[in-house]
Design a protein around this ligand. Structure first.
Ligand code: NI
Ligand code: MN
Length: 226
């Protein structure tokens, strides 16, 4: 399994000959190295409906016929664009030909703002546990620190956890470091920082705060193999 980071909360996973994009926010993402026209995802996984996570889902899915997996209310909305959507909700897991996706809790909000300024209810925000090739990847989405991360850590052997550290809209450094302790992931990758001035953050400080996991600070385009 090859995993790469592309700025903000964008994660790409290549496994079983398939390409999966999580929260593909490309246009408007100053940190990303991706171009919408070059991406050929087989599946797109969305944690919640905020525009900095749904990003270019509609165009990417229309261009590639990618399956879009999202919280049910968001999936229903995206289905109105003719996309092949699969709605899921917290606690639910589903097997696909590229791996198993499970939706877990996140403490946040979830609405999509259209170009006309209409606000669409996006259902519950979520984290995603993705399992393939005997490996487990956790993408926390946008979230506050919550005690049930310990439960997620107890019940899953997480190989890599992507955790927001930007503060203001999500956990900041200290809470994200505590989250890492609860999750007991082998590797933690900080995400959702530096994209905008309010979430400017020093990931090196985060690295110093985390003892139980190896922290890998990735730049857009960096990848590793699991
Ligand atoms: Ni959000
Ligand atoms: Mn966000």
């Amino acid at each position: 399994m090859k995993i790469s980071y592309h700025g903000h909360s964008v994660v790409k996973i290549m496994t079983e000959g398939k390409t999966i994009l999580i929260d593909p926010f490309i246009n408007g993402n100053n940190l990303t190295d991706l171009n919408v026209k070059d991406e050929k995802p087989d599946a797109i996984l969305l944690t919640h409906a905020h525009n900095d996570h749904v990003g270019d889902t509609v165009e990417l899915a229309q261009q590639n016929g990618a399956k879009v997996i999202a919280p049910v209310e968001l999936a229903k909305y995206l289905g109105s664009f003719g996309l092949d959507t699969i709605g899921m909700n917290l606690g639910g897991s589903k097997e696909f030909d590229f791996g198993t996706v499970k939706y877990t809790k996140a403490f946040h909000s979830s609405s999509y703002t259209t170009e006309d300024g209409d606000v669409i209810y996006g259902g519950m925000p979520a984290g995603i546990l993705f399992k393939a090739e005997g490996k487990t990847v956790y993408h926390a989405g946008d979230t506050d620190l919550f005690g049930d991360m310990a439960l997620i850590g107890e019940r899953n052997e997480i190989d890599v956890a992507f955790l927001p550290i930007g503060d203001v809209y999500t956990m900041g450094l200290e809470d994200a470091a505590y989250a890492a302790e609860l999750l007991k992931a082998k590797v933690v990758v900080p995400i959702h920082y530096d994209t905008y001035p309010p979430i400017k953050q020093d990931p090196q400080k985060f690295k110093k705060m985390v003892n139980a996991s190896e922290v890998r600070i990735l730049k857009a385009g960096d990848f590793f193999e699991l």
